[in-house]
Ligand binder design. Structure first.
Ligand code: NAP
Length: 511
């Protein structure tokens, strides 16, 4: 039986005891165990700060960007093995596993590209020099310098490759060493990537560390210059936010959490329109890709009341045509949920939604045993404000269709009930409706996706997180922000205002 290892303070090591079992959710077979018990995480963070940080900072932007590009190549070379692990350990279909692995390498490559043109120096210039007194001799200039701590990345189980490497790309380019802690249920994929990275020798020692198993006392060792980027449930986020590392020591914390993403059909769109077909196609895909275990998956589907019947029929047809089963079979379009605990949580969630909405297709039953299978599930609520629909995220292939009156005000009121989202999508060919609704929703969501006939052939889908655009959202979504091109480096750098003699500032810190 495989025991996953951690790479800490320059060596591969293993926690005590058996730890958590990692399973194949299609067969129930235990594939590996992961334990972090007894590992010296304080020493690991010190190693990152003292060994990895100086080495990374000495490289400069160009060399760090080259390293990211080389890492993308090394991970890509392992693509087939990683896809196989995604199928076995995460229950991903081949297409879902590719989505995770290719998303990871594409983000590394994108960050290597974003760094092009960054001047070769130890800081980033932030804005112009500002004259501070009557004399032009005394000015101020903002700069950004890498923090002297470790970027501690605590990731969710659903994107073991992409989630880990998108965070690592930003931190490493900024010049900050990383300690990656993946979600334990799918950590086999992340561990394989960690081995590729360590064995490649691309990064200097101490720049990349990896922790398999629970977080243990990791946060107790987080100090003021460290940055913790967390992705996971809002329940775990609540625990983290209260930790002394942030409350007392002032370490940075970025939270990416739950999201009740919404998708809105405009009243101008009729059956047979390109925008209607796109809406149905993208809603069904967002519900079923990775069995709905995507932070950006659609959970609430808003449709003008008179169109609910047509959309329901089209969505039920699309969802019932999705073949659910063993992800190793080529005909399968949706695999199982990641483990028994996710299955139980989704079943409870469907039951809660079914107390206020009618089941149009699917349901809470386990589709087949062994395995953590549920059917794509669509519910239809008559009351669009019914509380459970807007209260908690059912992290599976589940969404609720909600009627609205076709106007911006009511669509906005319903969507806002989700209390902060990662993405909200609007499908309309009208000139005003999408713009007005986007402005109403923007304070409540990290991204607004506008789709219609003009872009029907060119859209990326609302669920695709792109490295050039910010990812994150307010409120329930955690209030954090990641990616967004070079904006993604901000979390890992300190913005400092430098005041002094103009010539000194210009030569020492100029743009
Ligand atoms: P989770 O149970 O909250 O776990 C997330 C991570 O936190 C895991 O690595 C977990 O470790 C770790 N963790 C748990 N308790 C901890 C503690 N006390 N101290 C430090 N770390 C701790 O979430 P999940 O089930 O893995 O992921 C699903 C959730 O993530 C969903 O709610 C989804 O919406 C959200 N998500 C959000 C985004 C986004 O970008 N907003 C992206 C993906 C997923 P163990 O696994 O070892 O317990």
């Amino acid at each position: 039986m495989t025991s996953l290892q951690s790479y800490l303070a320059g060596r591969w090591t293993q926690g005590a005891g058996q730890g958590t079992a990692l399973v194949d959710p299609t067969t129930g077979e235990v594939l590996a165990h992961a334990s972090s018990d007894g590992l010296d995480l304080g020493a690991a963070l010190a190693h990152g700060r003292e060994v990895g940080g100086p080495a990374l900072r000495a490289m400069g932007f160009a060399a760090r960007a080259e390293a990211l590009k080389a890492l993308a190549g090394a991970v890509h070379a392992e693509r087939e093995a990683l896809i196989e692990l995604g199928i076995a350990n995460a229950g991903n279909t081949r297409s879902d596993a590719k989505f995770d692995v290719d998303g990871a390498t594409a983000t590394l490559t994108a960050y290597a590209h974003f760094a092009k043109g960054l001047p070769e120096r130890a800081y980033l210039v932030d804005g112009e020099a500002i004259q501070l007194s009557r004399s032009p001799r005394f000015v101020g200039q903002h700069v950004r310098v890498p923090r002297r701590g470790v970027a501690v990345h605590v990731n969710a189980f659903n994107f073991p490759a992409w989630g880990m490497l998108e965070k690592a790309a930003c931190a490493l380019l900024a010049g900050v060493p990383v300690l990656e802690k993946p979600g334990t249920p799918t950590a086999m994929i992340a561990e394989r990537i960690a081995r590729v990275i360590v064995e490649s020798g691309i990064l200097p020692e101490g720049a990349f560390q990896f922790l398999a198993g629970g977080a243990g006392d990791l946060l107790d060792h987080v100090a003021s210059q460290d940055c913790v980027a967390f992705t996971g449930s809002s329940g775990t986020a609540r625990v983290l936010r209260r930790h002394a590392a942030f409350v007392e020591r002032g370490a940075r914390l970025n939270v990416e959490a739950d999201s009740l993403n919404a998708i809105v059909l405009g009243a101008d769109v009729g059956e047979g329109d390109d925008a209607f077909d796109l809406f149905v196609r993208e809603a069904a895909r967002e519900m079923t890709q990775k069995a709905g275990q995507k932070c950006t998956a659609v959970r609430r589907i808003l449709v003008p009341r008179e169109k609910v019947g047509a959309v329901r029929e089209a969505l039920v047809a699309a969802l019932t045509s999705v073949v659910v089963g063993d992800p190793r079979e080529s005909s399968t379009r949706m695999g199982p949920l990641t483990n028994e605990s996710q299955l139980a949580s989704v079943q409870e969630g469907i039951a809660r939604l079914a107390s206020v909405a009618e089941l149009a297709t699917g349901g809470a039953e386990r589709l087949r045993a062994p395995g953590c299978f549920v059917a794509p599930t669509l519910l239809v609520a008559d009351d669009p404000l019914a509380a459970p629909v807007h209260a908690d995220e059912v992290f599976g292939p589940v969404a609720t269709l909600l009627p609205y009156d076709g106007a911006v005000a009511q669509a906005a009121e319903i969507v806002r009930r989700g209390d902060g989202m990662l993405v909200c999508s609007v499908y309309s060919d009208d000139k005003r409706f999408p713009v007005e609704l986007a402005l109403e929703l923007a304070p409540y969501t990290g991204r607004v996706y506008l789709a219609g006939e003009k872009v029907a052939e060119h859209t990326t889908g609302p669920g695709l997180v792109l490295p050039a655009l910010v990812h994150g959202g307010p409120g329930r979504a955690g209030g954090g922000e990641e990616l967004g091109g070079l904006r993604g480096l901000e979390f890992y750098t300190q913005r400092t205002a430098i005041q002094g003699f103009k010539a000194l500032i210009e030569t020492g810190f100029g743009g």
